[in-house]
Design a protein around this ligand. Structure first.
Ligand code: GLP
Length: 244
C-alpha cells in the first residue's frame, strides 16, 4: 500500500486504516501475529514512532491486542452470549464456546474482610479472606476482570496456581462442596483508567458490572465476586419461564 505523504490525513491514520482494512477483508485473521514495528516501518517507509501510534490506536479500538514479549495479534471481534441461568464458571462458559480460557492474576492475597465483604460473605469483619483479582481471557483476549473474595475458613489452602485455573473446579472437585444458588446483580458502568488498561479498552468504554454471591446448601456464602465484563464483548441471555 502506498502512503500518501502529501495527504492532509496523518500518516499514522492512513496506516491504521490500511491495517483495519486488511482485518475487515480477512487478509489478517483473528489470532494472526502482526509484523513487528521495525518490519512495518520498513514496509511503509515511516518511523517506528508512527507505526507505534497506529498500532496503539488499533489496540484501543479493539482490532488488535498486545501480549507482552510475544507481539501484537489480530483480535476476534465476536460477542459472547452469556447465559445467566445456571451457576457456571468463566472457564466452563468459554470452553463451551470452543475457546480457550486463561487467567492472569493481578492480585492474590489473604486480607481481612472489610464491612462490605463481611456482610456479603456472612462472616465477621476482620475475618481472613482470600482476595483475588484476575484478568479472564478467551483465546488470549481479555474479556473480563474479576475480583473475588472467599473465606479462608471455607475455601481452604487455595493457591495462586489454583486461582490461575478454575475456582469453581477447586471448590467443587477438590473441596467437594456443592454450589447451591447465586444472587446476582448487573449494572452498567464505564471503565476507569486501571480497568481499561487491564482489559485493553479505552478509558470510559462501556462495561457491565456483575456482582455474584454464591451459596452452599446451608445458605453459607462461599464467594463474593465482582466481574467487569467488556461491553463490546458480552451480551447476557436469560431464559424466562412462564410460571416463574
Ligand atoms: C464466573 C462468575 C464468578 C466466578 C467465576 C469462577 O465468572 N461470574 O462469580 O467466580 O465464574 O470462574 P472459574 O471457575 O473459571 O475461576
Amino acid at each position: 500500500m502506498m502512503i500518501n505523504k502529501n495527504s492532509p490525513l496523518p500518516i499514522y491514520y492512513q496506516i491504521e486504516e490500511h491495517i483495519k482494512d486488511l482485518i475487515d477483508r480477512k487478509q489478517l485473521k483473528p489470532g494472526d501475529c502482526l509484523p513487528s514495528e521495525r518490519e512495518f516501518a520498513e514496509q511503509y517507509q515511516v518511523s517506528r514512532m508512527t507505526i507505534r501510534q497506529a498500532i496503539t490506536n488499533l489496540v484501543n479500538s479493539g482490532y488488535v491486542y498486545r501480549i507482552k514479549g510475544k507481539g501484537t495479534f489480530v483480535a476476534d471481534q465476536n460477542v459472547i452470549e452469556l447465559k445467566l441461568h445456571g451457576i457456571t464458571s468463566f472457564t466452563e462458559n468459554i470452553q463451551a464456546l470452543g475457546m480457550t480460557p486463561s487467567s492472569k492474576i493481578i492480585e492474590f492475597r489473604s486480607s481481612l474482610a472489610d464491612k462490605n465483604v463481611a456482610t456479603k460473605l456472612k462472616i465477621n469483619e476482620n475475618e481472613s479472606v482470600y482476595e483475588i483479582q484476575r484478568i479472564r481471557l478467551a483465546n488470549q483476549i481479555p474479556m473480563a476482570l474479576e475480583t473475588s473474595f472467599l473465606s479462608t475458613n471455607i475455601v481452604k489452602n487455595l493457591s495462586k496456581e489454583t486461582a490461575a485455573h478454575s475456582l469453581y473446579e477447586y471448590i467443587q472437585k477438590t473441596l467437594g462442596l456443592s454450589l447451591k444458588y447465586s444472587t446476582q446483580t448487573i449494572e452498567a458502568s464505564a471503565a476507569n483508567k486501571k480497568e481499561s488498561e487491564l482489559l485493553g479498552i479505552k478509558k470510559g468504554s462501556p462495561i457491565l458490572l456483575m456482582e455474584r454471591i454464591t451459596f452452599l446448601s446451608d445458605d453459607q456464602p462461599i464467594e463474593f465476586t465482582k466481574s467487569i465484563y467488556r461491553g463490546d464483548r458480552y451480551k447476557f441471555v436469560v431464559k424466562i419461564d412462564q410460571d416463574s
